[in-house]
Write a new protein. Structure first.
Length: 92
């Protein structure tokens, strides 16, 4: 299922990018296990084009803690808010 979804996501974006797979793996699997969909991953790739694997992992961890503490779902706005504390550059 996850492999099919990754292929579909790569098709939606128009390229098979390793950054997409890093976003997918870092968020969909334990220990973070965030409930994110293909659309959100596509938005994250666009908003954080310069994010490295370490950036993505750190941001995902911070978002997971934030969502657990605030009892909320991960959204693009939550990722943007938490990215400030990681010193990540936003586009758009």
């Amino acid at each position: 299922m996850a492999i099919w979804l990754f292929g579909y996501l790569a098709h939606l974006i128009g390229f098979a990018n390793t950054v997409v797979s890093i976003w997918w793996i870092a968020n969909a699997n334990p220990p973070y296990g965030l409930a994110i969909d293909a659309d959100l991953i596509a938005q994250l790739v666009e908003v954080f084009p310069e994010a490295t694997g370490r950036d993505i992992k750190g941001l995902s961890k911070l978002v997971a803690k934030y969502c657990q503490h605030k009892n909320t779902l991960p959204t693009l706005e939550v990722f943007k808010r938490c990215s400030v504390f990681r010193g990540m550059e936003l586009v758009g």
